[in-house]
Design a protein around this ligand. Structure first.
Ligand code: SF4
Length: 177
């Protein structure tokens, strides 16, 4: 029974540590205090453990860092960095297989509109403006590609820091658990 397994979710780093959200001169990315409490509460209420993915933007560029879209981060250095994180995450995911050959990883939770962690929506630059568009961020692109190579099938779920969108993401997360 899935309830009896030691279930875990792999989550974008800032879900558990909002300090990695981008800050720049005079501003910063939308954030909550400390953690994304509602996401944590859903996982906790379902008895799901959490593995925190590395934040690719913070680990490479720290803070402050300029506001960038997926296009702004589209460099070989950044893509390689995301690829390394994805490979290490998949190495770890492969450890979470139970005796019956089933994965105990029940979801991967990203952050919508992030240039790196967006799952269904990502910030792109169009005619000089940053806009939300359908698509994945760089880390989720690399994670999905590496999972595909290894035959790992785990749902990717995006949560948003925008309240209305967050409710939809939380519903999808609850359904996946
Ligand atoms: S890159 Fe991902 S983990 Fe890092 S702050 Fe952005 S959304 Fe969060």
């Amino acid at each position: 029974m899935s309830q009896q397994r030691d279930r875990v979710a792999f989550v974008s780093h800032c879900i558990l540590n909002q300090a990695t959200r981008a800050r720049w001169a005079g501003g910063g990315a939308r954030r909550e205090a400390g953690m994304l409490r509602d996401v944590v509460e859903v996982l906790l209420s379902q008895g799901v453990g959490v593995v925190q993915l590395e934040c690719p933007e913070f680990s490479l560029y720290s803070n402050p860092r300029p506001l960038r879209s997926k296009d702004g981060y589209d460099t070989p250095v950044f893509r390689d960095h995301c690829r390394g994180i994805a490979v290490r995450a998949c190495d770890l995911m492969e450890r979470y297989v139970d005796g019956g050959g089933r994965s105990n990883v029940v979801a991967i939770v990203g952050v919508e509109n992030s240039p790196s962690c967006g799952v269904n929506s990502v910030t792109r630059t169009v005619e000089g403006e940053n806009v939300a568009m359908p698509g994945r961020g760089h880390l989720m692109d690399e994670l999905e590609a590496e999972m595909h190579i290894r035959g790992i099938e785990i749902p990717l779920i995006g949560v948003s820091l925008r309240p209305k969108e967050q409710r939809k993401g939380l519903m999808r997360l609850r359904k996946a658990l």
